[in-house]
Write a protein of this length. Structure first.
Ligand code: NAP
Length: 330
């Protein structure tokens, strides 16, 4: 078996947060590795247009992913295409051990930037019709639905933004939301409301997805009146949030009720010394590309300082001091 490869900082996941961490680690000449299992870009690859990244008025998600990857790796951080299965946290004086499909890596500091996966509706038919009319990615699958009436489920930014995108192909897009009020940004809502192809069904939940070869109808329930109805559609795109990818570390890390890691605001360090979190795995008000890259910048600089102190041989009792050093208190 190959020897573990030793680094100072291991970055897990190459979405905008991971790529930013790789960029800053490389520019600061840290000995860092970026571990990614699906190809770099993260959620950018599921996003058609990005129009809220400062300095770039409008860019395809895939193009921004390519540009971020190119820039990040140009400063020397190594990217390894590997699936991380477990991160072991040992004693304070030991580096963390990261098991992957490409062997074992060690690093005293780990920056978790592994994003998340789409939350499922968990209704009958969802699994059966996955890939046959049930989708979680408009950019990936939208073009298969030319001239078809589609449903979009959800009331957040993703649902409203992707519904607008799907009107390029669909004859009609019905947004189904379980409440009257949407949590999507007003700008996105205004754009969707101006789009004549979009219809709205609020206070309704999807109870089932049905069809034969592919999706043909949804079973709906009005949550106010309790009335049941069906909606004939040729496909349903589900955008009901994310489940953060937080199951990799073998010890407890403090998290919020939805499972997102709670970090120190100054350093992005989690409750486990030497483990930092940035991007969609972190508990915060909103999850934007801009917040992901900001978090990751902080996390990387803090992680580098933490490693410096760790190398100076601080013992377990000095975690507080390490934190103070990282946060600039001493
Ligand atoms: P989100 O903001 O968590 O919204 C999820 C939506 O799904 C909510 O409206 C929620 O309803 C609904 N929902 C959750 N579980 C449901 C269920 N079981 N059945 C029916 N509806 C359900 O998730 P998101 O839209 O994927 O966005 C994730 C993050 O990415 C957010 O921070 C968002 O701001 C960000 N984002 C930003 C942009 C952008 O800036 N352009 C684009 C996409 C995503 P309730 O409202 O009733 O809870």
């Amino acid at each position: 078996m190959a020897e573990p490869r030793a680094f100072d900082i291991a970055i897990v996941g190459a979405g905008p947060a991971g790529l930013t961490a790789a960029l800053y680690a490389g520019r600061n000449r840290e000995h860092a590795v970026l571990l990614e299992n699906k190809g770099p870009g993260g959620q950018l690859l599921n996003t058609e247009l990005v129009e809220d990244y400062p300095g770039i008025k409008s860019i395809l998600g895939v193009d921004l992913a390519l540009a971020m990857t190119d820039q990040a790796l140009s400063f020397g951080t190594e990217m390894v295409s590997a699936d991380v299965s477990r991160i072991h946290v040992g004693a304070h004086h030991e580096p963390k051990v990261i098991e992957t499909t490409q062997g074992t890596f060690t690093a005293p500091a780990v920056i978790l930037t592994a994003g998340g996966n789409p939350r499922k509706l968990e209704v009958p038919g969802e699994v059966e019709f996955a890939g046959r009319g049930v989708s979680y990615c408009a950019v990936c699958d939208g073009a298969f639905f030319k001239g078809v009436h589609l449903a979009v489920v959800g009331g957040g930014d993703a649902a409203v933004e992707e519904a607008v995108f799907l009107t390029r192909y669909a004859s009609k897009v019905t947004i189904i939301h379980r409440r009257e009020r949407f949590r999507a940004q007003q700008l996105l809502l205004d754009t969707a409301r101006r789009n004549e192809k979009i219809a709205w069904v609020t206070n309704a939940v999807v109870e089932g997805i049905d069809g034969d070869e592919s999706v043909q109808r949804l079973a709906l329930r009005d949550v106010v009146s309790g009335a049941r109805s069906t909606l004939d559609v040729g496909g349903v795109f589900i955008f009901v949030g994310f489940i953060p990818n937080t199951g990799l570390v073998d010890t407890h890390i403090d998290h919020d009720a939805a499972g997102y890691y709670i970090t120190d605001a100054m350093t992005m360090m989690t409750s486990v010394p030497g483990i930092f979190a940035a991007g969609d795995v972190r508990s915060q008000l909103t999850r934007q590309i801009t917040t992901a890259v900001g978090d990751a910048t902080t996390a990387t600089i803090a992680a580098a300082k933490w490693v410096e102190e760790w190398k100076r041989g601080l013992d377990e009792t000095s975690d507080e001091l390490v934190h103070d050093v990282v946060s600039g208190a001493v």
